[in-house]
Design a protein around this ligand. Sequence first.
Ligand SMILES: [Zn+2]
Length: 292
Amino acid sequence: MRRLQVGDVSITSIIERDGPWRVAETMFPNAPPGAAHALLPLMDPRTYEAATNKMVITYQSFIVRTPHHTVLVDTCTGEDKGYPAPMDFPKQPWLDGLRAEGLTVGDIDYVFCTHLHIDHCGWNTTLKDGRWVPTFPNAKYIFHKREYAFWEAAANNPQPGVHNPAVFRMNCEPVVAAGQAMLVDDDFALDDCLTLIPTPGHSACHCCLDIRSRGQRAVITGDLMHHQLQVNEPGWSTIFCQDPAAAVLSRLKVFGDVADTPTAVLPIHFPNPTAGRLRHTADGFRWAFIED
Ligand SMILES: [Zn+2]
């Protein structure tokens, strides 16, 4: 994604992995049989590889620079976590991306996690001398307090095969232990240009990040949707959604808010050029990328 300017705020991307990833039928359990396959050829060709029938899914972070602070939004899967394939991405592309931004880990002022799934909190911590410590020594980490409380409770009472408690133990708990976490509520705001939009459903308290400056607006939508298909079909939640019905309501709330406006929408998993806009149609919503 090229640099997106929103008034005085700029947004860029650091990609951890990219490319064809999943077959839609395995991702959207409540899609009618054949519906995804029929719809995919109508999607932007950058979101779908017809030869393999796979959706193109990117794993990335966003760097949001306000006039006062550098904010890292979502931190991919990270390094040394010991995750089994295919979640054991090489670490170098993300580190190279940080460097290409002209940044070191010491330059990040805030880390904002839209939610605390495996692919959104990985670089929160790094392994030093056998201990997980915050990767960004000068950063405050912003977690929604209900999201954090859910994963803390889940880690303390793990259900086999449901959640991997190691994700919380490695990526979240050490940040709180180091005194670098801000456990915030629905009214969180930063620098007069960043506010939180609670969008529960995909996880206990998934959040979007609302960015407004000089009359312009962008919304980082985390995992509110994973693929363009869900703009046409907001009723399709994923196998990864904790409360699929709530996820639908959150999508409709945000879609209705941003559609037919110049607001740039930035879903974490949409491939380059990533940012897009929504418009209403007679039967719902449609997506169009903002071209580089
Ligand atoms: Zn995700």
